[in-house]
Write a protein that binds this ligand. Structure first.
Ligand SMILES: C[S@@+](CC[C@H](N)C(=O)[O-])C[C@H]1O[C@@H](n2cnc3c(N)ncnc32)[C@H](O)[C@@H]1O
Length: 332
């Protein structure tokens, strides 16, 4: 019986020295905090890779799951059979894709770190069939080799580790790998100005190559947030397990994973009228939504109780959601 990711992590970590893992986690957090491309391989030994899996996989999984859900809302016909997870490390994005797409039959994780791949394979053995049978391929993305072809290509939290030139080449290689008409590329980066810049550059590159954005943007014009010196991202809340809290020395039972992303497809889809850019602010009888709109602008909509169904929908809207929700009349 396949385990969910948290249980699979616990199974693999059972017996690992908690103090070594905690020290390795602290080091990784320090390395990633700067946001600058590392000068050497970060997941360079088994303990680092294990710590990475334990403290980052749940957050990456939650972010990728959310982003794929948004893409599915826009393109309900998405049903990839094959996935390549580029710079996939321990395979968190592959777990999220396998959960989102039960028809996923073939998974390949490509990464430069042998230790990350080995830990990922150990965790995946406890997962659903597509993961348990995944291929774990060691490859330097700078080597210039084409990526294996797939219906879905994920590039999660990788571009920030690469120099600008290699970043572009990896986005191009991801697009080449997703070669069929309905194929999809999903790029995720930390929800920081720097991460957003990398996600936006990937969006620009995919648009220039004739791709279409499924999410987050409800348009294919220039980003209105970037033009205003702001950055587009969203926060995904996830529960922390006891292990997760111990490794991070954290007291809170949850964390908010901030992510900037783009999901694009070769074929267009009906994008929504808008997308919520911040946590909605609720006041007595009013909900204030900051929106990115299908005309390429960003502005506020204030929905009042008098608007009945629209108000009820606004009260349930969350940061990152499409607006109005599916099935609602945009003019309601
Ligand atoms: C921050 S981790 C993200 C891992 C995974 N995608 C996730 O979100 O959990 C970055 C990954 O990119 C890989 N990576 C960085 N530079 C690479 C390169 N030049 N070639 C192959 N892999 C690389 C690292 O080994 C690491 O696994």
């Amino acid at each position: 019986m396949p385990l969910p990711l948290n249980r699979a992590l616990e199974a693999v970590l059972d017996g690992a020295d908690p103090e070594r893992l905690r020290r390795a986690t602290t080091r990784l957090i320090d390395v990633y905090r700067s946001g600058a491309p590392p000068t050497e391989q970060v997941l360079s030994d088994r303990v680092s890779a294990t710590a990475y899996a334990a403290y980052r996989m749940p957050a990456t999984h939650a972010a990728v799951a959310r982003v794929l859900r948004y893409a599915l809302e826009v393109a309900p016909d998405l049903a990839p059979h094959s996935l390549v997870d580029v710079g996939g490390g321990t395979g968190a994005a592959a777990w999220a894709a396998a959960d989102a797409f039960p028809g996923l039959a073939s998974v390949e994780v490509v990464d430069g770190s042998a230790d990350a791949l080995a830990v990922g394979a150990d965790v995946a053995r406890h997962g659903p069939r597509a993961l348990a049978g995944a291929r774990w391929t060691r490859r330097d993305l700078g080597g210039g080799r084409a990526l294996p072809r797939a219906d879905l290509v994920t590039v999660a939290y990788v571009l920030g580790e690469l120099g600008p030139d290699l970043r572009d080449r990896v986005v191009d290689a991801a697009a080449d790998a997703a070669s069929e008409a309905g194929a999809v590329v999903a790029v995720l980066e930390p929800g920081t100005p720097r991460g957003f810049a990398a996600a936006l550059a990937a969006r620009d590159r995919l648009l220039a190559a004739g791709w279409h954005v499924l999410a987050p943007c409800p348009h294919e014009a220039a980003c209105p947030l970037a033009a205003a010196g702001d950055w587009c991202h969203l926060a995904v809340r996830l529960d922390r397990t006891a292990l997760h809290r111990r490794l991070k020395g954290a007291a809170l039972g949850h964390e908010d994973e901030k992510v900037a992303y783009v999901v694009a497809r070769r074929t267009p889809a009906d994008t929504p009228a808008g997308r919520v850019l911040r946590h909605p602010v609720t006041r007595k009888g009013l909900v204030q939504l900051e929106l990115c709109r299908d005309d390429g602008t960003a502005s506020r909509e204030v929905v009042s109780r008098r608007q009945g169904p629209r108000y009820r929908a606004a009260r349930h809207a969350g940061w990152g959601d499409q607006w109005p929700p599916e099935g609602t009349d945009p003019a309601d």
